[in-house]
Design a protein around this ligand. Sequence first.
Ligand SMILES: Nc1nc2c(c(=O)[nH]1)N[C@H]1C(S)=C(S)[C@@H](COP(=O)(O)OP(=O)(O)OC[C@H]3O[C@@H](n4cnc5c(N)ncnc54)[C@H](O)[C@@H]3O)O[C@H]1N2
Ligand code: MOO
Length: 408
Amino acid sequence: MRRSVDEHLEAVLGRVTALPAFDQPLMDAVGLMLCEDIVSGVSLPGFDNSAMDGYAVQAADLAGASDENPISLPVVGEFRAGRSEPIVVTPGTCVRIMTGAPMPRGADSVVPVEWTDGGTVTVRITQQPPVGGSVRYAGEDVTAGVQVLDRDTVLGPRQIAVLAAVGRARVKARPRPRVVVISTGAELREPGSRLGDGQIYDSNSYTLAACARDAGAVAYRVGIVDDDPKRIMDTLSDQLVRADLVITTGGVSMGAYDIVKEELSKLGTVDFPQVAMQPGKPQGFGVIGDDEVPIFTLPGNPVSAYISFEVFVRPALRKMMGQMPYRRTLVPGVTLDGFSSPAGRRQFVRAAATSGDEGWMASTVGGHGSHLLGGLSRANALIVVPEDVTSVRSGDQVELMLLGGETG
Ligand SMILES: Nc1nc2c(c(=O)[nH]1)N[C@H]1C(S)=C(S)[C@@H](COP(=O)(O)OP(=O)(O)OC[C@H]3O[C@@H](n4cnc5c(N)ncnc54)[C@H](O)[C@@H]3O)O[C@H]1N2
Ligand code: MOO
């Protein structure tokens, strides 16, 4: 079975659905999609309070105050933020007040401390404040009963600020998908261990767990399972309890030990199409278990696994989180390098792209081979070459998929 990239992505997006929303503590909701309208139960400010450190006064007492004509008032008390005192400002008196402290009854204005001698028994004031000067009035920011956030808003720091300020400790939001990442292959060893003959470090499970986290998911990196069919199937069934989505790598091409494909094909719920792309040709996608958890079986070549994530898994995760657009947007740019591209396959070429006065410019990095991982760290974009283009010259217009993420 041979599919285009778009057909495969459609098949994937047609199968995954948005996760149901539930109540979450505020800090767990950062980056998530809000699934309720938020109506404030309180006014902001909640009470009239001082905008300055200074003195709460009756403005009329200070008519004509100036450097030449200072006016002294007795200080009858002190108001601090967080404390409420039963003191009243009567004509001819004042209260020392700190920023955020409630306005005392009787006062209609605040004199900043800079306009005074800072006295604590009596204070000498050299400027007349307007009525309402340096006073923050109850409800001037947000009135109780007003909608402060609309559903379908992604919660970033500014939205979290408003939620906390109106006293919300929890909100209904679409959760982060829990993504289980498993790498398969008898040649794989954990980074940090010693390599024997023919062995390599498992980079894919780290790459893909990092990708999943970067896309906003919770990643569980299970690590390496060798090419034993029973161990692979046991691991999958053990992991399903905590998975909203599973990613495996390796074992999906034509080799004698490509066990993932062999075993999962038997279930009948996972397809293994060849997708007309380079890298990333051997793909697998379907569902497993009673809960029909989506599973991606990505190719083992490290760059193929990474690009497959960007092209197929990331959009699926975004759909599960209810976050549009699902696909990365493409921007126009110019390639500074020429290269050839396979006929009939969409090529994704690693590139370092910069944006300047002339728009986006991209240089290729790291070579074309899907095992060439060394240059990947310098790439921040993929040049997307259409299926019908076989040759790209330096200076050609191209489309770029920019790879920035939550942490990128
Ligand atoms: N006869 C054919 N051979 C291959 C074909 C084909 O169509 N016919 N397709 C090639 C393509 S394209 C790809 S991509 C790979 C996909 O292979 P598998 O998904 O079966 O992956 P493996 O064979 O297990 O490994 C491929 C390669 O990647 C290395 N690898 C695997 N896992 C990891 C890991 N976790 N970390 C780092 N590197 C990993 C592995 O050692 C192999 O070198 O098949 C081609 N062959
Ligand atoms: O498609 Mo493979 O993913 O080219 O290396």
